[in-house]
Design a binder for this molecule. Structure first.
Ligand code: COA
Length: 270
């Protein structure tokens, strides 16, 4: 199949693996093939040691993803709908809970499943013209890829109700004020902003990132005391790693070098 007809395009940019939903003429509305290709692309990226950060975006200039394919939804029965939803939840959960940091590069509409995909990522970097919505209620349906569960965990019950039960569209600027967005960039600077964030994330020890992300994700799932026990265990596992020893030692070495420099300043003769 020629590259430009694949449901998901995969490109590598140093440590960043970019996965692009490739159905611009339908605003990247999800098909089962696209979801399957996305799942495979996520697994490939996770298996590749050189890939330190995974980003997801949509092709074209209008949309990140306009949700599930409504033309398909009108033609399937409830058993297929159930299977579709469980399948979508699995893919998004994989992204949410994977070992590597993930970024949603939202370049336009992030509606329905598109918004759920963005929320499944650790960071949302959005173009200034992006917008976010759960329009399902306007179709007399409801979100099914985690929109009522993961969205509550990510944004709190009150805000999740505002999105899900109103079906209203919110701008990138509003979502930034809600705390959902890491950064807003002009459309032509969006990829640069994602790359800069990816470089920062890739500069840290991958094991420390993985342990911290795992502990953060459990915060929404465990009672506080169990969460704190889990955090302490993750901290200790990470503490024993070479990366943590080196990171702590480097700080001490830098401080020592600074003190030595301060007590023996280099004097230059005119
Ligand atoms: N499923 C299937 N096709 C979709 C789609 C979806 N979720 N969203 C958009 N499309 C298609 C449109 O049917 C249209 O196809 P066509 O050119 O063959 O007619 C194409 O994508 C462009 O969409 P269009 O509606 O013309 O663009 P717009 O800029 O006027 O509006 C939206 C953009 C996102 C506001 C509008 O397309 C929309 O409301 N989409 C549905 C969003 C939704 O309810 N998602 C949740 C689904 S469960």
């Amino acid at each position: 199949m020629p590259t430009n007809t694949l449901p998901v395009l995969v490109t590598q940019h140093g440590p960043l693996r970019l996965l692009t939903l490739n159905r611009a003429d339908k605003l990247n509305a999800f098909t089962p093939e696209m979801l399957e290709a996305l799942a495979a692309a996520i697994d490939d990226a996770l298996a590749d040691d050189a890939t330190r950060v995974i980003a997801v975006t949509g092709s074209g200039h209008k949309a990140f993803a306009a949700g599930n394919d409504i033309e398909r939804l009108v033609s399937i029965d409830s058993v297929s709908a159930y299977r579709d939803m469980v399948g979508g939840q699995r893919v998004l959960l994989r992204l949410h809970d994977c070992a590597k940091p993930t970024i949603a590069m939202v370049n336009g509409y992030a509606f329905g499943g598109g918004f759920e995909l963005a929320l499944a990522c650790d960071f949302i970097v959005a173009s200034a013209n992006a917008s976010f919505a759960f329009p399902e209620i306007t179709l007399n349906t409801m979100p099914g890829w985690g929109g009522t569960q993961m969205a509550v965990a990510k944004m709190g019950l009150a805000l999740a109700k505002r999105f899900v039960m109103s079906g209203k569209r919110f701008s990138a600027q509003q979502c930034e004020a809600f705390g959902l967005i890491h950064e807003i960039a002009q459309p032509d600077a969006l990829f640069d902003a994602v790359q800069a964030l990816a470089q920062t994330l890739a500069s840290y020890d991958p094991f420390a990132i993985e342990m911290a992300k795992r502990a953060l994700n459990r915060a929404n799932e465990l009672p506080l005391s169990a969460g704190l026990d889990f955090e302490a265990a993750q901290y200790t596992v990470n503490f024993a790693s070479e990366g943590a020893r080196a990171g702590l030692r480097q700080f001490i070495d830098r401080q020592r070098a600074r003190r030595t420099h301060q007590s023996n300043p280099v004097t230059t003769t005119p």
